[in-house]
Design a protein. Sequence first.
Length: 353
Amino acid sequence: MNLWEKNIRKVVPYIPGEQPNKSSVIKLNTNENPYPPAPGVRKAKRDFDTDLLKRYPDPENTVLVKALEEYYRLDEGQVFVGVGSDDVLAMAFMTFFNAEKPILFPDVTYSFYPVWAELFKIPYETQRLDENYRLVPEDYHQENGGIIFPNPNAPTGIYEPLDRIEDILKQNQDVIVIIDEAYIDFGGESALPLLNKYDNLLIVQTFSKSRSMAGMRIGYAMGSKQLIKALNDVKYSFNSYTMNQTALYLGVEAIKDDEYFKKTIERIVATREEAKHRLKALGFHCLDSKTNFIFATHPDREASELYEALKTADIYVRHFKAPRTKNYLRISIGTDQEMEQLYDFLERLLDEK
């Protein structure tokens, strides 16, 4: 070992879903939206003034922040934006989780949480979901240095109603509680109504899923002015120009077309509900997802076997190897045509034995 190697920070990184470099694949592994962004986004891209690229973008991201504040009927100073929700969440970890007490999050959840905790040297403890993969609010009635969880959860897709969320908030008003709502648009009610009651609540959302802009990298947080100021203070000490000109410009256009946004969600939800029915008919057990993906297991076939077989047919889904999830597949919702090809392949595969 070279002497300088002892000074390198070593972490176990987050492993993203595969991005196959093929045009013919059915890509159901990274929860991307199968439909294009709003027509206004495409038009704005064509009309974008490339001369703007020679200038630094607005460090305050004003046009996008104001558009989000108006859309969600929030006051000035209640929105923070970043380069995808991962950037926003990482910034939130750095900003708010600095106590010596461990932060809490579920044992089956977004696998980036423990990575950030390790990276930023934040102590943490995981709280076990129940046998139905539901959050147990009472497990969060203990001393801690902060709480974070997705709602709906990932990778399970389970949504927790607001009364269970508020129970956790009531018991933890001395720490920051972060609710990661990356999938909230596909089912359930956002915790936004609770912002007026709890100034320690931070809600994080993204343009990557419901707004069909995963490639643009836009995420945002909503909370009290004090929390948002704290996030900005950390951002300005880290990187003043986090959002590029194109993302700011196209992000505003995505917010404007609410009709297209809602119709696209309706299409995905309809396909999701049909997928639950079709997969159950093939013998799968599916959790009651309220997201744009389904978490499914088959009693007679190993998930790893199904995952590899699907890959040979250029159908990509996600398989996690953790103990409680190793026999599940996470299947993103694609177009109806893509889902039909998935069902047809699974039916042939399952008939072989």
